[in-house]
Design a protein around this ligand. Sequence first.
Ligand code: SF4
Ligand code: MG
Length: 322
Amino acid sequence: AVPLLSVQDLTMTFPGRRSVTGRRGAPVRAVDGVSFDLAAGQTLGLVGESGCGKSTTGRMLVRLLEPTSGRVAFEGKDISRLSQGAMRPLRKGIQMVFQDPHSSLNPRQTVARIISDPLLVQGWSAGDARRRAAELMELVGLIPEHIDRYPHEFSGGQAQRIGIARSLSTSPRLIVADEPVSALDVSVQAQIVNLMERLRAELGLAYVFIAHDLSVVKRVSDRVAVMYLGRIVEIGDKKSLYENPQHPYTRALLSAVPLPDPAAERRRERIVLLGDPPSPAAPPPGCTFHPRCPKAQPLCRTERPLLRPAAAREVACHFPGD
Ligand code: SF4
Ligand code: MG
């Protein structure tokens, strides 16, 4: 069967910034050869530190950004080069939820207008779109009588429910959620993750769920991809990746996920990475993770490891495993 979403060798290169002297810096490869498939009704968690290219990847998946090269096929159709006009009928099937709900909602529009906007673009009548908006408010746990209120009258968690309702308006098959809970209070994060998980089960949605740590995506993901400096360094099904991470970077990210059992939490070793991720404008040679990797060998400084099968998943490391 054709996968819902098929991503092949996706790359995004931004022109270098101009310095004060007017010289242009080297081009920055923000996303470098990302490939994966996603089946209908499944969730891929896409995880990495800020600046690793996960948001840029997300924006290419929904054709808000045109990739420099590579291909994004939705239900078998390549959308990566479509114009915004040609993309319009396909927008029904692919929607996005953004990180900061308040800044992604127009403060001068009522909730009715915000949620029905994608429907009006698709040619719905104002009355039908408003009725659908009220239904969607109920579906995401908002009070439909609040339909004529403005975003500032809602809390952060409620505002994200509005963003989710908007993304659901056209009955999409795929939602790309770019850190949908990172801007919310910790106490609210689990509620929104649980809501998204319930909606997925009820509506048969697929998600690409972007997050900067592995704890947030654990509940919702079927598979997880870990990104570092524009590349996927490990991708596999959730269970094997969490139980037996193969890439040293995945192991470090996982060691920061709190364990529910306090005794296990006390025994567990924390892997603390040295320094910040390097700039994508000047990636280190060989394995780009080598300056921070506790397992780095001389080979790692010269040879770039490619993604290849290891322990029932794919890993880009010369020395995967323990
Ligand atoms: Fe570490 Fe070498 Fe593996 Fe890179 S290739 S993650 S430096 S062990
Ligand atoms: Mg981001």
